[in-house]
Each structure stands twice: as structure tokens, then as C-alpha cells.
Ligand binder design. Structure first.
Ligand code: NAP
Length: 278
């Protein structure tokens, strides 16, 4: 937002439960301010089961769009008139746009957000062997995007059937979770898409398998230096934290709503500031 809210202020927001600790309001309001847009971004606490009605209300309330987080991503996809190719594959939406004619378009920007964050960090994915650990919402979003960027993707998760389902989204392979150390040794890029590390948990494999040729990516962004990234750094590997993905998925939403380029630096600064409690 640039100044006082008026009758002309354009409203967007995020629906989820829980939502109070979302960093998205800080990131997007900083972006609107940096871009001189009379827009505001607010968090709507929406209970499970109410996601579809909340997305439909975008039309009634004249919102420009929404971000969507747990537990509403599948309901939001069902409530949209059209979906991007990524959202069609996932049947999941994290961004809803109300087009000028009133129809709702849904996209999933997490996967492309990671690919852009890796490009920022000079991580080339073309022809690289990428191991994705985990098979939840984040893993499912990044698997097709990494494959689409030219990587050969392998998925490993503690539940084999979940790994197979995530791998199927991109015709990827799976590997046994109990043999992660050996799989890591044979890959170029390791992506942690589990919450392990948020509270100091050790990585789910023996990190002596890591070499300086590895790139290790943690989707966890708080803390910035997870035990996995610390171990990877100690072994000489290149490390990438989750903040870049968080910022780029938000930047893609911003562009979908506003039709303009996102002020990435202001968004990164706001995300960092919100994490630091600034
Ligand atoms: P999710 O849907 O709950 O999936 C979590 C995955 O991790 C599941 O495969 C789960 O296995 C597995 N898992 C959980 N605890 C485990 C453990 N102790 N050992 C082994 N596997 C375990 O969560 P998500 O939405 O995918 O998010 C995963 C992480 O990515 C979170 O830390 C989240 O903050 C982060 N994330 C970051 C960004 C970003 O922009 N940087 C975006 C999205 C998510 P089960 O299915 O068997 O439980």
C-alpha cells in the first residue's frame, strides 16, 4: 500500500487456517508500496471446508485475487473457471486472479518460484539429477517444475505410495527412503521438501554422502540455516535456503494480479524483515 486506504484501494489477500503468522501480507504490502500501487493485502482466516465459498466470494466482493494456503488449495482449484497448466497437473492452486470479465483463473506458483530462486543462485537444472525428499504439497509442486526445467527428478518419501504419486506428476522415478544416503551420492542436487530442520531436526540421511559438487536446497526458510544446510556447507556443498522460493512464488502472484514486474528486492527485504521480527 502507498498511503491511506480509500474507496478506490484494490484489495487482495490470503485465505488459510492458520493464517495469522503468514509472511505474505508483509511481502505483498511492501511490493505494492515499492511499486506505487494503491493496493492492500490482508489475511483472511478461513476454516477448513469454507475454501470454495471464500474463493467464489472474490467475485462478489470485487477482490482482485487471492493467495491460497493450507487447507484450501484443492478447493480453490475446484472453484476456478480456468487453471494454468501447473495447477491442472496438481489440481491445486495458490493464486487466484479475478479477470476483468469476472472469471477466476487459478495458478500454482510454488514450483516455478523454486526454479526462479535456483536460477537466481546460478543453479543450472538442465540435465542435472535432482533428488526431492518428501511428497507433500511442496514436493508435489516442485517435482513437475524441476522436471520442466530439464532436471532428471527422483522422489523419496517415508511413505512409498506418496512418493510414487508425487513422482507420477512428472514421470519421475522414486527411491527407497531407507537408502537415501546412496541415492544422495548419485545425485547432483538434493531438495529437502519435508519440515525436518524447522525445529533443529537432523536430516533424514547420513550427510557424509555429500560432496562439494552437490547443491543442497532446503525449502524450509525458518531457520535460514537448517542442520541440513549446515552439514552441506561443512562438506563444501553449495547451499540454497527456502527464502528465495518464498519470495519468487509471491512475485509470480504479484505479476498475475497487477500485470507488472514484481519488485523482487523490496519483497525479499520485507520477507527477511518479517522473519527477523522487524
Ligand atoms: P506437507 O504437505 O505436510 O508435506 C510434508 C512432507 O514431509 C510429507 O511427505 C511428510 O510425510 C514428510 N515428513 C514430515 N515429517 C517427516 C519426518 N519426520 N520424516 C520424514 N518425512 C517427514 O508439507 P509441505 O507443505 O509440503 O511443506 C514441507 C516444507 O516445505 C515445510 O517446512 C514448509 O515450510 C516448506 N515450504 C516452503 C516453501 C517456500 O516457499 N520456501 C513453500 C512451501 C513449503 P508424510 O506424508 O508421511 O507425513
Amino acid at each position: 500500500m502507498t498511503g491511506a486506504i480509500s474507496g478506490a484501494t484494490v484489495v487482495v489477500g490470503v485465505i488459510g487456517d492458520p493464517i495469522a503468522h503468514s509472511l505474505s501480507p508483509a511481502i505483498h504490502n511492501a511490493a505494492f508500496s515499492a511499486s506505487g500501487l494503491d493496493w492492500v493485502y490482508v489475511a483472511f482466516p478461513v476454516e477448513a471446508g469454507r475454501g470454495r465459498a471464500a474463493v467464489a466470494a472474490v467475485r462478489d466482493l470485487g477482490l482482485r485475487g487471492l493467495n491460497v494456503t493450507m487447507p484450501h488449495k484443492a478447493d480453490a482449484a475446484a472453484a476456478c473457471d480456468d487453471l494454468s497448466p501447473a495447477a491442472q497437473v496438481l489440481r491445486s492452486v495458490n493464486t487466484v486472479v479475478r479477470r476483468d470479465e469476472g472469471t477466476l483463473f487459478g495458478d500454482s506458483t510454488d514450483g516455478e518460484g523454486l526454479v526462479r530462486a535456483l536460477t537466481d543462485d546460478d543453479v543450472d537444472l538442465e540435465g542435472r539429477r535432482v533428488l526431492v525428499i518428501g511428497a507433500g504439497g511442496a514436493a508435489r509442486a516442485v517435482v513437475p517444475a524441476l522436471a520442466g526445467a530439464g532436471a532428471t527428478v527422483v522422489v523419496s518419501a517415508r511413505r512409498d505410495e506418496a512418493a510414487e504419486e508425487a513422482a507420477r506428476l512428472a514421470g519421475a522415478a522414486t527411491a527407497p527412503f531407507t537408502e537415501l544416503g546412496e541415492v544422495v551420492a548419485g545425485t547432483d542436487v538434493v531438495v529437502n521438501a519435508t519440515p525436518l530442520g524447522m525445529h533443529g531436526e537432523a536430516p533424514p540421511f547420513d550427510t557424509s554422502a555429500l560432496r562439494d559438487a552437490h547443491t543442497v536446497v532446503d525449502l524450509v526458510y525458518e531457520p535460514a540455516r537448517t542442520p541440513l544446510l549446515e552439514a552441506a556447507r561443512a562438506r563444501g556443498a553449495k547451499t540454497v535456503g527456502g527464502l528465495g522460493m518464498l519470495v519468487h512464488q509471491a512475485a509470480l502472484s504479484f505479476t498475475l494480479w497487477t500485470g507488472t514486474q514484481a519488485p523482487i528486492d523490496a519483497m525479499r527485504e520485507a520477507a527477511q524483515g518479517a522473519l527477523n521480527g522487524a
